[in-house]
Ligand binder design. Structure first.
Ligand code: 4GS
Length: 232
């Protein structure tokens, strides 16, 4: 899968793929991450990418020319999706992540500090996605969140030990508690059921804990879980 990230700070994005699981996925050719810097596509001699907003107000606005030209320079495969990261987008969820995993190529537009000139949206018509209801200084972290979440679902990215199917959300619930050695730490004991080797009992215990936690911490997810299991 190819990820093309349009950013004014390519190193911020590239560095993330030099570590751990996503380094292995990049080295193994499971994912390819390219960066495109709109500043390299400016047509003015000062390489300006932003300017003051028409109508006044605080902050600068990213100019259409460098973004549209940079976008048009990217080679496109058949099955390509273009995404703009912004708080005005649809929320990124596990369901959206699964949907994005179906594309061969995802092109992402990151802003930094300022907003996009609306004509960038009108011309490129990206799908707009938000990673949460808060405001960051740039779209780079949201792009990295998206690439990370999509990449870890691709066959071959996670090894057996990091398997994705028992993680939170894969069954609509948040995760059960985990324990490792020692069996007792500062008087706190590992639940007995995890030590008895009975996998049916262990699975029941874990599911019960997942349900309890989801009900207490995420009543919104708990409602959906009940509905999908027809247990009103
Ligand atoms: C998000 C977000 C974000 C908005 C980028 C202000 C710089 C910033 N992008 N999900 N300009 N939340 N973007 O905060 O996607």
């Amino acid at each position: 899968m190819i990820f093309d990230v349009m950013t004014l700070f390519p190193e911020m994005v590239e560095n993330y793929f030099q570590y751990s699981i996503l380094k292995r996925a990049s080295d193994g050719g499971i994912i390819t991450v390219n960066t495109i810097n709109p500043r390299d596509y400016t047509e003015n001699k000062h390489k300006k990418v932003d300017d003051m907003p028409y109508g006044g107000g605080a902050g600068m606005v990213l100019m259409p020319q460098p973004y549209v030209d940079a976008y048009e320079s990217i080679p496109k495969l058949e099955n390509t999706l273009t995404i703009m990261l912004s708080p005005q987008g649809e929320p990124l969820t596990d369901k959206v992540v699964n949907e994005l995993g179906q594309y061969e190529q995802i092109i992402m537009l990151c802003g930094h500090y300022e907003g996009f000139d609306e004509r960038i949206r009108e011309i490129i018509k990206p799908r707009e996605i938000s990673i949460g209801d808060f405001v960051l200084t740039g779209g780079e972290l949201p792009a990295l969140c998206l690439i990370d979440a999509v990449s870890r679902k691709i066959e071959g990215t996670l090894g057996k030990i990091e398997s994705a199917d028992e993680d939170s959300f894969s069954n609509g619930l948040i995760e059960y508690p985990h324990y490792t050695r020692p069996r007792e730490y500062r008087g706190y004991k590992v639940p007995e059921v995890l030590l008895n080797g009975n996998h049916k009992e262990i699975n029941e215990f874990r599911l019960q804990k997942s349900i309890e936690r989801t009900k207490a911490r995420r009543p919104d997810l708990y409602e959906k879980y009940l509905q999908s299991h027809n247990k009103p």
